[in-house]
Design a protein around this ligand. Structure first.
Ligand code: GLN
Length: 499
């Protein structure tokens, strides 16, 4: 079925189509890698990759070709991926897109990426992200902003791809890899997926190991894939997930064959629609799309139930206390002694100060200051402790909903479509934080959430719907996500204007 595809168009395949094509020997892993390497070289204007590793890719692809020939291919054999620069890759520069890590080359591999290589995947390079994954637009990277491959109709204005996994989302949307790793602390997988017409799933907290992923807010951070389709994400997650004794929060439960849940009937499932998500002033197009999603799921046999998440409105302010608090403590390790950058000082204290002032960007410094403040004695009870209590209440909101027999919750993924580079947050950081209003709840409650592209707005930009599941029930999200994907169709970027 692929014999008519010119090699340059191999990048247009989905991950699972490419898997089948390799198995059927319609092309080789080396050809597939070369097609992607060429696409990456032509797309530097998007700034999605901060490091290209073509030699590494070709070496892995050659090894995959041997395995494919011998018939002992792994589940991801020969499939080229991009890796968010937050994942430590052994012998390959890893910076979290911060100056403070300089040219840090880890002597170890993150568990998640090691599982991808175990299963035969090929690494094309490291993907851009907001510095230390703090942001919703990928504008805070030390390597500069990522450009969304999507543009508004009749406009050449550069748009953000969302953040913090903006490089991952842009690379998948622009066919610069078949799928990518990403991380989500407050929305960083789902929001960029929604802004680029791609699919992204944040699994349940504890589903994937955090070992070797540069920490932002450890009680919220979770790895997951961004892919072109729901099925592709299911295949990726199966390889990424699993128990790891090196992360004590990583849960020892068998990893299901997620792909088997794609296409499974959703008949009789009960879908909750939280009334608190009907924000005053919610964008009318997004509201209409949400209704459209409801209709699609109904048509597939699901039952729609209005539900209440009474504490949802406190999720965003509580998140912006908990996340910076944990960040301020996680980022204390960057002291000019152990990693990357060092600025000289008269004594050790001045060396610390100068290194941290020069190494961290403005948003990271802001988070460290907020975090240190809310944890300081006298303010701890008023801010941090209260935010933790809100977190418990949020968790309870969802528990009550799931106890009523609700299988999943449907909401919009973002309050808007992609915005312009430089358009938000320069005078007021809260404007940027508000992008996360629909996604942070899920992290605070430790639940799985998927974003699936569901339509285009009047400017021609993609919009996503979010499905939130029960703990460790990613399978239901894949089944429901597939229903939306089938009804809405897929959303490939129209024009390769960057090449
Ligand atoms: N935008 C949110 C933040 O800046 C979430 C980022 C993320 O999920 N890594 O904290």
């Amino acid at each position: 079925m692929f014999s008519d595809i010119p090699v340059t168009d191999l990048t247009r395949l989905t991950l699972t189509e490419a898997r089948e094509g390799l198995k059927a020997k319609q092309f080789s892993a080396t050809e597939l890698a070369k097609a992607h390497i060429a696409a990456v070289e032509q797309a530097r204007a998007l700034n999605a990759y901060v490091l290209e590793t073509p030699e590494h890719a070709l070496k892995q692809a050659a090894a995959s070709d041997e395995k494919l020939a011998k018939g002992d291919a792994g589940p991801l054999e020969g499939l080229p991926l991009g890796i968010k620069d937050l994942f430590a890759t052994k012998g390959v520069r890893t910076t979290a897109c911060s100056r403070i890590l300089g040219n840090f080359v880890p002597p170890y591999e993150s568990t998640v990426s090691s599982q991808l290589w175990r299963d035969g995947a090929v690494m094309l390079g490291k993907l851009n992200n907001d510095e230390f994954a703090m942001g919703s637009s990928n504008e805070s990277s030390a390597f500069g902003p990522v450009v969304n491959p999507w543009r508004r109709a009749q406009s050449s204005a550069k748009l953000v791809p969302g953040g913090s996994s903006g490089g991952s989302a842009a690379a998948v949307a622009a066919h610069l890899c078949l799928a990518a790793t990403a991380t989500d602390t407050g929305g960083s997988i789902r929001q960029p997926a929604a802004f680029t017409g791609t699919v992204g799933i944040k699994p349940t907290y504890g589903r994937c190991s955090r070992w070797g992923i540069i920490a932002y807010a450890s009680s919220l951070d979770q790895a997951g894939p961004i892919g072109k389709t729901v099925r592709d994400c299911a295949v990726m997650l199966r390889s990424m997930a699993g128990h790891d004794p090196k992360d004590t929060t990583c849960v020892d439960r068998p990893v299901p064959d997620y792909e088997a849940s794609v296409g499974r009937s959703v008949k009789g499932m009960r879908i909750g629609i939280p009334k608190e998500y009907r924000l005053e002033g919610l964008n009318a197009e997004i509201d209409a799309l949400w209704q459209q999603g409801i209709d699609w799921l109904k048509a597939a046999g699901a039952e729609i139930v209005e539900i209440s998440l009474p504490h949802a409105k406190y999720a965003l302010p509580a998140y912006y206390i908990v996340a910076p608090a944990e960040a301020s403590s996680n980022l204390a390790r960057y002291d000019g002694v152990r990693y990357g950058l060092r600025e000289q000082g008269r004594d050790i204290v001045e060396m610390y100060e100068k290194t941290r002032a020069a190494g961290f960007g403005a948003e990271v410094r802001r988070r460290i200051m907020i975090g240190t403040y809310v944890l300081s004695s006298g303010y701890y009870d008023a801010y941090y402790l209260r935010a933790q209590k809100v977190r418990t209440l949020l968790k309870r909101d969802f528990e009550q909903v799931y106890d009523q027999g609700i299988d999943a919750v449907l909401t919009p993924a973002t309050p808007s479509s992609a915005f312009g580079i430089g358009e938000q947050g320069s005078s007021d950081p809260v404007e940027m934080y508000l992008n996360d209003v629909f996604t942070v709840t899920v992290n605070m409650a430790g639940l799985p959430g998927i974003s699936v592209p569901a339509g285009l707005d009047s400017q021609g930009l993609p919009l996503g719907l979010q499905l939130i599941g029960r703990p460790f029930d990613e399978e239901t999200l894949f089944s429901l996500g597939q229903v939306i994907e089938e009804a809405a169709g897929r959303f490939p970027v129209g024009e390769r204007w960057w090449a």
